[in-house]
Write a protein that binds this ligand. Structure first.
Ligand code: NAD
Ligand code: UGA
Length: 453
């Protein structure tokens, strides 16, 4: 059997590498229109930093795992085609700033429809609004070749930084299909692939629309927990309650659970915000404004949390950071990824630049080019930023250190000697609940970070 995946991104690459490893008799080809990305997948330096991914790719690449820009040829030869392209928030026209931009999904459907010479199973791997499969089906039916393709929804739940582990041991695999004999056969074929390494009780099958909507709902619920604990962190700061203690106390209740209760400078990443906006757009489209307003609050609190962090920095630095050097440790939206999409660091750095701060940025994996482009800057317009090779270099002579990503290496820095080389009074913000706070307090330079007593 041959399968192909359109979209060699954070989802397409790792997911197909896992399928190739677990199903050696399936030929897997990941295709993309981005030549540079495909070249990187075929090189020693993969386009994505993800623990365990290099080894996983190395096991199958060139054997039954291939990366190519030959989109048409691979569509033609494959029995199953995964669509794993980006579905960003629309930046134009109707639905601007809320709806999902489905033009990449649509163009894949058109290409499959034009190129195919036999019946295919088309798998929606991208996160899409509920009822997108209807649009895909109607495009596929529009060419009168007498072919009958099946559309299946199989959303991805991996998180960046733990993608390989999440793919290896998923909490569940969700597969939605058309309620018909052909639909059931198609769902069965996709389930069979996963059953090679995922136990059957973790493979959930539903109708198409439940599957599509479950993905948006899962992300909305996860983000909602973060906004809930972040909202409580604001109250903790006023009342001397400790948000970590509150999180531990409520998380001990098995009905609440302990995960995703870490107060932070706000959630980032390419999906939470866009998926909630998309959910809100759908609710308004289906004339459910109360439901839309409910979920919008998750984003409102997230913005509030980021701004509160900046306000705290300014407050503790005599209300001015002008010409002060601020060390930024971490720019990725979370540890163990080189992804800076929608990272909270973007807004925080932009606000500090508006306040005329000098930034010294260090991240172990995010390249300088990504930092600049995410802030809409170029080398020429970034004269107040220096990029550093190490954390101590960024911190040297700084007035303030902000830890914006919880990279493990920031736990083990020699803060005593870093402190000695800082301007006094030195301020230190741990936005991500990263360090042993007592240790930092004992050497006398921790300021109140968000949610800290
Ligand atoms: P990405 O931007 O990293 O990758 C998408 C790739 O698709 C790009 O390389 C792009 O060049 C390619 N592409 C776009 N149109 C194409 C076309 N017509 N033909 C060939 N290639 C095309 O995106 P991603 O982070 O992998 O996310 C993909 C989807 O998966 C999104 O819908 C996202 O919401 C969802 N998702 C992402 C994650 C995550 O952790 N990043 C997790 C679960 C679900
Ligand atoms: C998230 C979901 O966890 C995945 O299940 C989903 O597949 C994916 O989105 C997607 O659809 O793209 P991801 O964004 O990669 O995965 O990473 P998370 O671990 O969810 O973290 C997201 C953000 O929330 C990060 O900025 C992180 O620092 C923040 N976060 C997370 C908190 O602030 N507190 C927490 O307790 C947990």
């Amino acid at each position: 059997m041959k399968i192909c995946c359109i979209g060699a991104g954070y989802v397409g690459g790792p997911t197909m590498a896992m399928i190739a490893e677990k199903c050696p008799n399936i030929e897997v080809c990941v295709v993309d229109i981005n030549q540079e990305r495909i070249d990187a997948w075929n090189s020693e330096k993969l386009p994505i930093y993800e623990p365990g991914l290099d080894a996983l790719v190395a096991k199958s690449r060139g054997k039954n795992l291939f990366f190519s820009t030959e989109v048409d040829q691979n569509i033609k030869e494959s029995e199953i085609i995964f669509i794993s392209v980006n579905t960003p928030t629309k930046e134009y026209g109707s639905g601007l700033g809320q709806a999902a931009d489905l033009r990449f999904v649509e163009s894949c459907a058109r290409r499959i429809s034009e190129i195919s010479e036999d019946n295919k199973i088309i798998v929606e791997k991208s996160t899409v609004p509920v009822r997108t499969a209807e649009m895909v089906q109607s495009i596929l039916k529009s060419t009168s070749k007498g072919l009958h393709h099946q559309v299946v929804s199989n959303p991805e739940f991996l998180a960046e930084g733990t993608a390989v582990q999440d793919l290896l041991c998923p909490d569940r695999v969700l597969i939605g299909g058309e309620d018909s004999t052909e639909g059931n056969v198609a769902v069965g074929k996709i389930a069979e692939i996963y059953a090679k390494w995922v136990s059957k009780d973790r493979i959930i099958t539903t109708n198409l629309w439940s599957s599509e909507l479950s993905k948006l709902t899962a992300n909305a619920f996860l983000a909602q927990r973060i906004s809930s604990i972040n909202a409580i962190s604001a109250l903790c700061e006023e009342t001397e309650a400790n948000v970590d203690e509150v999180a531990a106390a409520i998380g001990a209740d098995s009905r609440i659970g302990s995960k995703f209760l870490k107060s932070s400078i706000g959630f980032g990443g390419s999906c939470f915000q866009k998926d909630i906006l998309n959910l809100c757009y759908l609710c308004r489209y289906f004339r459910l404004p109360e439901v839309a307003k409910y979920w919008e609050q998750v984003i409102v609190i997230n913005e509030y949390q980021k701004e509160r962090f900046v306000t705290r920095i300014l407050d503790s630095m005599y209300n001015t950071v002008s010409a002060k050097k601020i060390a930024i440790l971490g720019f990725a939206f979370k540890k163990d990824t080189n992804d800076a999409r929608e990272s909270p660091a973007i807004g925080i750095c932009k606000r500090l630049l508006e306040e005329k701060a000098e930034l010294a940025i260090y991240d172990p994996q995010v390249p300088k080019e990504s930092v600049l482009s995410s802030m809409g800057l170029t080398e020429d317009t970034a004269e107040s930023i220096v990029f550093c090779e190490t954390a101590p270099e960024a911190c040297c002579h700084s007035h303030c250190i902000l830890i914006l990503t919880e990279w493990e290496e920031f736990r083990n820095l020699d803060y005593e000697s870093i402190y000695k080389k800082m301007k006094k009074p030195a301020i230190f913000f741990d936005g991500r609940n990263l360090l042993d706070l007592n240790e930092l307090r004992s050497i006398g330079f921790i300021a109140k970070g968000i949610g800290k007593a």
